[in-house]
Write a protein that binds this ligand. Structure first.
Ligand code: KG4
Ligand code: ZN
Length: 334
């Protein structure tokens, strides 16, 4: 069966075609150049850009998969969480196609899509596993016992890890999104140059706002009202020290979760899973503990529609669909 996946929850317009659980095509149009000059995503601009790009992107995905719309048997679309206007574009398009083609449609939770992206690259992964979901909107640890069974062990009490990257980048006058920029700079910096705090909460919760404040205070030492940031501020060292603090807590809690639940498989998902230090540290630490690590490739970590198509298909295979009165929602727990 062919599934058309659609993703428009934030600043990527994406469509993908899957044959059962195999991805035939996956097209992602990033809006980053549009939002960059504002230092973050402007919701209204995002909606308009999705509206402009979605149909051409769907056509491109169908073309790349060498199929036509009449061959599609299921439409899967992100309906939560995200920017409401942006979600509305994808959900409306999905409903219109489903109605016109008289085929089933299913709404997908974006966070579930991120977690299940690992199944695209590792179809035999099986359950249970521990999933660390780290993106611009989420930072949470789940004990995944089966499809649809996501037991949350802990989550951030303030900023998501990706959000912390984006904010710190802005503080240093660097570009949006901050993750890739700081990741690159950190590779040439000294992670021990600045002693940033690691907030160690009990259990599996995270907190990044203290770290963000510490970075702000450090930068303030190099700021003057009329001259801006002093060039003596070593941005590479700050990036490396900040990144080390973020990754330390993420890795530590994930390994602890696997240890304490007696689960030997770990999935790392979401945009921050593209981070080079997080990837290498997770590999090292999981190997030490004889745990298997499932790290989706970079293209599957950042927002895409292949993960949404797969998630929709897996639920559909169990007999689930959504009704055409499903509305998008800005937030909803997994
Ligand atoms: O999953 P995603 O594409 O969108 C959300 O669902 O939020 O994640 C985007 C987030 C942004 O905050 C971005 O700065 C971060 O992922 N990110 C990274 C890296 N690449 C993207 N963070 C750290 N290191 C990276 N290499
Ligand atoms: Zn995402």
């Amino acid at each position: 069966m062919l599934t058309l996946g659609i993703e428009t929850s934030c600043d990527e317009t994406a469509a993908a075609v899957l044959q059962d659980d195999k991805v035939l095509s996956s097209i992602v149009a990033s809006q980053i150049p549009l939002h960059k000059k504002y230092g973050g995503v402007v919701p209204e601009l995002a909606s308009r850009e999705h509206l402009k790009n979605l149909v051409p992107i769907i056509r491109e995905a169908l073309g790349a998969a060498k199929v036509s719309l009449k061959d599609i048997g299921l439409i899967a679309v992100t309906y939560t969480p995200g920017l409401i206007g942006a979600l509305l574009v994808g959900v409306s398009a999905a409903k219109a196609i489903a109605y016109a083609q008289n085929i089933p449609f299913i709404g997908v939770h974006h966070g579930e899509g991120h977690i299940l992206a690992a199944h695209i690259e590792y179809p035999g992964i099986g359950y249970p596993y521990i999933a660390l979901l780290v993106s611009g909107g989420h930072t949470a640890l789940y004990h995944v016992k089966g499809l649809g069974e996501y037991h949350m062990l802990g989550q951030t009490r303030d900023d998501a890890a990706g959000e912390a990257y984006d904010k710190v980048s802005k503080l240093m006058g660097l570009e949006y999104p901050g993750g890739p920029v700081l990741d690159r700079l950190a590779q040439e910096g000294n992670p021990e140059a600045v002693k940033f705090p690691r907030t160690r909460l009990e259990g599996y919760d995270f907190s990044f706002s203290g770290l963000k404040t510490a970075v702000r205070n450090h930068i303030a030492l190099f700021m003057s009202k009329d001259q801006g940031i002093d060039p003596k501020l070593n941005v590479k060292d700050v990036a490396a020290s900040f990144q080390a603090a973020v990754v330390d807590t993420l890795v530590e809690k994930t390994i602890k979760a696997a240890d304490e639940t007696n689960v030997d498989k770990i999935v790392v998902a979401g945009g921050v899973a593209a981070n080079s230090l997080l990837r290498s540290r997770m590999k090292e630490e999981s190997q030490k503990k004889n745990m298997s690590l499932y790290l989706p490739g970079m293209g599957l970590c950042i927002d895409n529609a292949a993960m949404i198509g797969l998630t929709g298909y897996l639920h559909f295979r169990r007999g689930e669909t959504s009704s055409l009165d499903l509305n998008p929602r800005a937030s909803m727990p997994l």
